[in-house]
Design a protein around this ligand. Structure first.
Ligand code: PRT
Ligand code: MG
Length: 214
């Protein structure tokens, strides 16, 4: 295909990417929340959006099925970002990767005693690196969702999860005890497309960069 394909996930990434795309004259002709279409045309005849799961955006761009995409730093670190060019931190969909525990659990003491902690997370690679760097021994339990449930149900002592407002932790009597890293979403670009479609891509990247810096 000669035009440009952009991989976006529904929800916060889609919403927060809209003003950035608008700066490049790209406006979706349908709303992915109400439309069942997975390929959405835009006000620019040469640009279309493909609607993917957040964790699938890097895959589409890696294989060149999309030229551009948007992905959280969490996704890029956990699933790898081989062959992806990441020119712009879009500073959208911001949150923090945190370690959280049930309100009464004496985390500091457990760590001091060198106890082996059971940690549940969707982000086992990020969690493994975090605890290894601190010299804390952990057994990691991979989950695919609702990590907040794990300590409440007795599956784990702690979780590693994303926190934005903190209301999910609060509603489940969990408290954040360690900050792992700040997270935001990045623009990702297929490296071959960057060469082959440079004339079309460069003005889009420049327009986005201008809005992000504002
Ligand atoms: O939701 P779905 O299962 O479809 O997929 P997804 O979770 O992969 O996608 P989506 O759209 O929810 O998240 C896309 C990206 O948004 C993530 O990869 C992050 O980079 C970023 N982001 C920013 C967040 C949050 N903030 C966030 N708060 N992703 C998830 N959350 C979740 C968090 O996991 C926890 O369950 O929201 C809950 C906590 O929110 P608060 O506000 O209660 O603290
Ligand atoms: Mg989600």
């Amino acid at each position: 295909m000669n035009g440009i394909t952009i991989a976006l996930s529904k929800g916060r990434i889609f919403e927060e990417t809209l003003p950035l795309l608008a700066a490049a004259g790209i406006e979706p002709l349908e709303n992915p929340d109400t439309s069942r279409k997975l390929i959405i045309p835009t006000t620019r005849e040469d640009v279309r959006l493909v609607i993917v799961r957040a964790t699938d955006a890097p895959t589409y761009v890696q294989y060149g099925a999309a030229d551009l995409g948007v992905a959280g730093k969490d996704v890029l670190l956990e699933h790898g970002s081989d062959g992806l060019y990441q020119p712009i931190d879009l500073k959208i969909a911001k949150c923090r990767m945190m370690v959280a525990i049930p309100a009464g659990f004496d985390y500091a003491n457990a760590v001091r005693q060198g106890a082996r902690l059971r940690v549940a997370s969707k982000y086992v690679n990020i969690a493994r690196e975090h605890f290894a760097a601190k010299g804390v021994h952990v057994d990691l339990i991979k989950l695919y969702g609702s990590m907040e449930l794990a300590p409440l149900a007795g599956l784990a002592d702690a979780i590693v999860d994303l926190v934005s407002t903190g209301s999910t932790l609060k509603a489940n009597d969990l408290v954040a005890v360690e900050h792992v890293m700040d997270i935001s979403s990045r623009l990702i670009v297929n490296q071959a497309a960057l060469k082959l479609k440079r004339e079309t891509l460069e003005p889009i990247l420049a327009a986005i960069a201008t809005v992000v810096e504002r």
